[in-house]
Write a protein that binds this ligand. Structure first.
Ligand code: FMN
Length: 188
């Protein structure tokens, strides 16, 4: 069955990302079209990229890289849950993405973002990164507002219509992740 990771893209203490990702996971678990798992980049304790060889060569030296690579390789598609930091994604998520290459290739991704304007600018940056990694990023997006989907910018209270928005992203990520399976077989 198609496997989709819901990736928590922030690591700071008190992060909103955890509540948002669990909410996405709870919605996803009610579906039977794929296997969904939560992946927390904080669990991998990745330092700033410390591999000597370019990730595209796949010659990973460090145990933390190998563990992260094994996790990402086991999925067919991704939902990145990203904050907006200074009009981009978090440095921690960008660093975690940069560690790998082949493990991302020929898979699909969708985005759930949050920020003052829904994290829209963070996702636009991530879409550029996805192109280089040969990840097919889907059109729909969940853009959560710090003003209306949170109380005091910290208690997550998503508006009801956002549940439907998550469903649309998952529909597209599962469809494209499944369709790209043929390419992943050729590349293996
Ligand atoms: C370093 C930093 C930079 C930020 N820059 C922006 C920004 O450019 N645009 C925005 O809408 N929110 C910005 N914010 C607010 C965050 O989107 C908000 O605090 C969000 O909850 C952060 O995600 P997290 O709680 O999962 O870490 C910034 C927050 C931090 C910590």
């Amino acid at each position: 069955m198609t496997r989709i990771a819901i990736i928590i893209g922030s690591t700071r203490p008190g992060r909103n990302g955890e509540a948002v990702a669990h909410w996405v996971f709870d919605i996803a678990k009610q579906r039977d079209d794929a296997e969904y798992e939560l992946v927390d980049i904080a669990d991998y304790h990745l330092p700033h990229l410390d591999e000597a060889m370019p990730p595209s060569l796949g010659q990973y030296a460090h145990p933390h890289t190998k563990a992260w690579a094994a996790t990402i390789a086991s999925f067919d598609g991704f939902v990145f849950v990203t904050p907006e930091y200074n009009h981009s994604t978090s440095g921690a998520l960008k660093n975690a993405i940069d560690f790998l290459f082949a493990e991302w290739n020929n898979k699909a991704a969708g985005f759930v973002s949050y920020g003052a304007v829904g994290g829209a600018r963070a996702v636009e940056h991530l879409r550029l990164v996805m192109g280089e990694l040969m990840v097919a990023d889907v059109r729909n997006q969940v853009a959560l507002s710090l003003h209306t989907d949170f109380e005091n910018y910290s208690r997550f209270t998503p508006a009801p219509h956002q549940i439907e928005a998550v469903g649309a992203v998952l529909d597209q990520v599962v469809a494209w992740s499944t369709a790209l399976a043929a390419l992943r077989v050729q590349a293996a």
